[in-house]
Design a protein around this ligand. Structure first.
Ligand SMILES: [Zn+2]
Length: 245
């Protein structure tokens, strides 16, 4: 079949329009996807702040800075964080992570489910005051709350998985459903639940940031937090300050 010159020109024009349309819209979708960020606030609870049974030194000092981030996005059309999520440690009495459940002293080391772990004072027991979010945290501004460590025989340091490294909390699905690609962490404690959450976020393919000045560390033994920070940085977690935003 021989095509006339005008018909060839028309087909070329239609082809050009199609590709322009495709490239433009695929670019828009990609840009939109890449720009979506979430803030994950880890375990700002009474037991982890001053006078709590497992107080992280200076724990409540980070709350005003976190509130500023939460409140800023209520007014701004160009939200910095598309979604904000807060997690809470929420254990049944007699939880496997408690030293008292094993007749041992807090901070003893014991092998549980095949891996050595630190045993803690009884903390964040479900439906007690110690498990509540610290009262000055403006938790009403968060989009999603996740309670973790609810199984008596399984702890959950990470916001994504229980410590069997298989049972999901649902956070990954939530972030993926909202097409979020960048995840920023703050909260308590830097060297435990923030560390495990950030490492899992990275493994799951999120671009992962820790807002270090909006965290505090347990740091037992001394120097432990520095080791965890190096591990995160070496793997590709970006450790930044809040003024990075
Ligand atoms: Zn716990």
């Amino acid at each position: 079949m021989v095509l006339s010159r005008p018909l060839v020109n028309l087909l070329l024009l239609l082809s050009l329009c199609y590709w322009s349309f495709y490239v433009f819209y695929s670019k828009v979708i990609v840009v939109d996807y890449n720009e979506r960020s979430a803030l994950v606030i880890i375990d700002i609870q009474v037991d982890f702040c001053s006078d709590g049974v497992l107080a992280v030194e200076g724990g409540e000092e980070i709350i005003p800075g976190i509130n500023t981030l939460l409140e800023r996005d209520q007014k701004d059309k160009n939200k910095l964080f598309y979604k904000t999520i807060a997690t809470a440690d929420w254990h049944p009495p007699g939880h496997i992570s408690f030293a008292s459940s094993h007749g041992l002293e807090p901070y003893s080391i014991k092998t549980i489910n095949g891996s050595k772990t630190t045993l803690w004072p009884d903390h964040c027991i479900e439906e007690t005051g110690g498990a509540e979010f610290f009262p000055t945290l403006n938790i009403g501004k968060a989009d999603l709350l996740i309670r973790k460590g609810r199984s008596r025989n399984m702890d959950s340091y990470s916001a994504f998985f229980e410590n069997d490294r298989k049972t999901p909390t649902g956070l990954a699905g939530y972030l993926e459903n909202h097409r979020i690609s960048n995840v920023y962490f703050c909260g308590l404690a830097f060297d435990w639940c923030v560390y495990f959450s950030a490492m899992d976020a990275l493994t799951l393919g999120f671009s992962t940031f820790v807002l270090k000045d909006l965290t505090r560390s347990v740091n037992i033994p001394p120097g432990y937090a520095d080791v965890k920070e190096k591990e995160m940085a070496d793997e590709g977690v970006k450790i930044v300050k809040v003024n990075y935003l």
